[in-house]
Design a protein around this ligand. Structure first.
Ligand SMILES: NC(=O)c1ccc[n+]([C@@H]2O[C@H](COP(=O)([O-])OP(=O)(O)OC[C@H]3O[C@@H](n4cnc5c(N)ncnc54)[C@H](O)[C@@H]3O)[C@@H](O)[C@H]2O)c1
Length: 479
């Protein structure tokens, strides 16, 4: 099929590349010229493992190109995806300006030559399927009023569940595909588009091998509104699971329990599940905060008092301060102290800093008079560029970040940090204090290396050695 994807961010570029890999002919469009120029030259505007390789193969399979003008692409396409940003407004409401501009531009490019499907892949509040239909229709009327009645299209909501850092894997081997639509023509076209994914008939790329137990993918067909609610509910629930673990961690710390063991113990209950139960210094990223706030806003528009969602946001805000409290407990005075941050990205394997806990922690520490050093394997350039006012001394590696520091804070659990030589790190510091914001290290090993160690929700006295393994792999601790 001919496909246009509007927006070449984390979602649009990956979606376009995967669809082209599956054999569709794809054009990705963005208003940002710099991004398009980079993509044309084979450079990635974002860091996402495997994306560059996937685009290279996709060029030879279905074919993929990158444009700034939406019109020729839309005119030729059967399916047009909207994957533009929907960032939060100060009120918590989603900013729909990009979505509206994209929908109008699609209308302006349509003619009566074929039936097309306009797909909302951006995360949008309930009712946006209807809004997109109206805006596309208005776009048609503004540009070609004479043929407006001959232009036929359907609207689908196809929320995206990919995780940055494993986006290619998540897109090629999804747990499910959700499609909301109101007519069978639209539904059938979406089924045809995703056929190779549903049936898993494509040859898997070497850099993203098919999981051994991968079977057919379930396609969940719903109404437009249900599909929109599915996306928000999924993110709200995931945020809640992490928030719950954090709240339990704070209690564990007081009563002398080990949260990694507690979460293993509850996660193995099949009704609960082990994923997203890792306690730490709070979630971040472009989606959870924005989506929970947007759902809260929708709830309030309909007079629903969504207390769990409110609490979920509040608990997460508080959790980021836990690092500051732990630093104060260990160092008493933070003014003039040098704090080294390991990791800036909101999670490993991405350069995304949107709503990253590192930023809130860095701002607070600077406000309190601390000096900051930091190392992140990928996100330092993005941080320099996007947050020029953060007075951080960026370092080439973890060892130089630790040099003469009074405390080290593990903010992002990049895999390479797990292999650090802790004794070497500790020996370079003024005060060998380690605040492990992601429970990445074994407390015993950190202490043996000379660190004064504090994790999140970890008892000070421990030692059966199972806790760390429990955090890494729940099953490994079950004997
Ligand atoms: N990032 C994620 O992990 C993720 C996961 C699931 C869903 N989502 C949702 O997907 C949507 C996109 O997220 P993202 O992270 O890819 O955003 P992004 O900010 O990385 O990319 C959005 C892109 O859209 C472009 N754009 C804006 N208006 C445009 C227009 N009128 N025409 C053409 N291009 C336009 C921007 O220039 C930008 O490159 C959001 O609604 C988000 O909530 C994101």
């Amino acid at each position: 099929m001919r496909v246009t994807v509007i927006g070449t961010g984390y979602v649009g570029t990956v979606t376009g590349a995967c669809l082209a890999y599956l054999g569709h002919r794809v054009t990705c469009v963005d208003t940002d010229r710099t991004k398009i120029e980079k993509l044309r030259m084979g450079e990635m505007p974002i860091y996402e493992p495997g994306l560059k390789e996937l685009i290279e193969v996709a060029r030879e399979r279905g074919g993929i190109d990158f444009e700034t003008d939406v019109r020729p692409a839309v005119a030729q396409s059967d399916v047009i995806f909207i994957a533009v940003g929907t960032p939060p407004l100060p009120s918590g409401e989603s900013n729909l300006a990009y979505l509206e501009a994209a929908a109008r531009s699609i209308g302006g490019a349509m003619d009566g030559s074929k039936f097309r499907v306009v797909v909302n892949k951006s995360t949008v509040p309930v009712g946006c399927g209807n809004l997109v239909e109206t805006l596309v229709r208005e776009g048609v009327l503004e540009s070609r009023p004479a043929i407006a009645q001959d232009v036929h299209f359907g609207v689908a909501s196809n929320p995206e569940f990919l995780r940055e850092g494993s986006a290619i894997h998540d897109s090629l081997y999804p747990d499910r595909i959700v499609v909301g639509a109101e007519d069978s023509r639209t539904t059938n076209m979406m089924r045809e588009l995703y056929e190779p994914l549903i049936e898993q008939t494509f040859v898997d790329p070497s850099f993203a091998p098919r999981p051994r137990d991968m079977d057919k993918v379930a396609m969940v067909m719903t109404t437009l509104t249900s599909a929109e609610m599915i996306k928000y509910s999924a993110n709200a629930f995931l945020a809640l699971k992490i928030g719950f673990s954090n709240e339990i961690a704070n209690i564990c710390e007081r009563v002398g329990a080990e949260v990694t063991e507690v979460m293993t113990g509850i996660g193995l209950d099949s009704r609960i599940g082990t994923a997203f139960l890792h306690a730490g210094l709070g979630w971040g990223g472009s989606c959870f905060g924005k989506d929970v706030s947007s759902l809260l806003h929708t709830a309030s528009e309909y007079g629903v008092n969504a207390r769990i969602l409110e609490a979920s946001l509040a608990v997460n805000r508080m959790q980021r301060n836990v690092v500051i409290q732990k630093l104060q407990e260990k160092l008493y005075i933070l003014k003039g102290r040098t704090i080294a941050l390991l990791g800036l990205a909101f999670k490993p394997n991405t350069d995304d800093l949107r709503d990253a806990p590192s930023l809130q922690i860095a701002e607070k520490l600077l406000q309190m008079g601390a000096r900051l050093r930091a190392y992140d394997p990928i996100a330092m350039d993005a941080c320099r560029e996007q947050h020029p006012n953060l007075r951080i001394c960026y370092c080439n590696d973890a060892l130089s970040a630790a040099e003469h520091a009074d405390a080290l804070v593990l903010v992002t659990e990049w895999p390479e940090f797990a292999d650090l030589n802790l004794a070497n790190l500790a020996s370079r510091m003024n005060n060998a204090v380690l605040i492990d914001g992601r429970n990445l290290f074994s407390p015993e090993k950190a202490r043996a290396a000379g660190f004064e160690y504090a994790g999140v929700g970890r008892a000070n006295h421990r030692s059966n050695g199972h806790a760390h393994a429990a955090a890494q792999d729940a099953k490994s601790t079950v004997v």
